[in-house]
Design a protein around this ligand. Sequence first.
Ligand code: UGA
Length: 434
Amino acid sequence: MKIAVVGTGYVGLVTGTCFAETGNTVTCIDIDQNKVNKLKSGKVTIYEPGLEQLFERNIKQERLSFTTKLSEGIKDAKVIFLALPTPPGEDGAADLKYVLKVADDLGPLLEDYTVIVDESTVPVGTADKVRQRIAAKAKVEFDVVSNPEFLREGVAVDDFMKPERVVIGTTSTKARKLMETLYAPYVRQGNPLVFMDERSAELTKYAANSFLATKISFMNEIANLCELVGADVDAVRKGIGTDSRIGKRFLFPGIGYGGSCFPKDVQALAKSAADAQYEFKILKAVMDVNTTQKTKLIDRIKKYFGGSLKGKTIAVWGLSFKPHTDDIREAPALYNIEEFLKEGAIVKAHDPEAMENVKQLFDSKISYFDSAYDAAEGADAIFIATEWPEFRTPDFEKLTSLVKARVIFDGRNVYELDVMKEQGFTYFSIGREV
Ligand code: UGA
């Protein structure tokens, strides 16, 4: 099948590449000329495990191509995916300007029956809006489908190739058939294609992300309480996670959730509710907890250093919002670095993938190191913001010889308490003995 994907960010590029992998011919379209040039020259623009190999193979097989021209990219496409950004506007509502602009442009370009698929996370009612915009200028029949993605950065290729489920919102039989054919190779193991109406599909995505964010914030509050009453959050986590009604996943406390999805989606759902005259009280609490949680360790660090961080050297390990990605959007590390700098500390940073992105933000205000050990050299304390696997079993002897003092503030509970004691480190983490 001939497919077009409009928007070539984290979602669009993974989608395009993975659809090409099962034999479709895919053109990815982006307005960013630099990005398209880079992709055309065979370079992947993001770090996503497993993507490069698929990308290279499908370019070689001429199933995957790139362009900045919408008219050229959508020519003969039976299905057009919209994987465009929906950033939060000033009031927290998702800003649909990119999606609606493309809808306006698409109308006159359609030459035959086409299915236009909203893949971005969009408020309820967006499919209707997109339909109206296209209909205003289209001369042919078309359908608009809501097909929210559930790709996790860091495992997005796997999530796409073997989805737990695919949610498809459409009331058109013709569109449904086409989507069934398109997704058949990805659900061969029997994972369901869940069909519903467009509005329910749109809400499903927000409900899923907001539920997960709620789970994390709930656990972060349990962790905070653990510290006050002398309980251990690891034990509590295992205790409740083994209840199949609760489940083991997404119960890890830390310095808050980040990324391009949870923060904006929780905010957007709360705003949608408010627009519908409904106060979604839980979501307000989820956002409040997360804001406080992000810089939760700062007070403890200041207290440890007698009230001031002036002139202290802090090694920050991990900058991305979670491991296995170079994405730093809403990363808790950034908020903490800002605080460190405000307090007059010197920051030495290391991240396996995200340093280039952080350089664009902090430039020479902090220094960057290719290894965690180099960042730790001469440090008064190590601060762990992201649980990259390489931080889990460092050579503690080597580390001890490099740091000025054996102190770790761990925002992701990477180490066992007894290991830290054995190694002679002063260790602060989340929801455990302090
Ligand atoms: C999330 C969802 O998991 C995807 O299903 C969804 O498609 C995607 O958003 C999206 O809307 O596009 P992602 O943002 O890549 O995916 O990251 P997650 O792995 O879900 O992690 C989100 C945040 O929660 C991270 O900052 C992570 O560190 C934090 N987290 C996660 C915790 O603090 N504790 C946990 O137990 C789990």
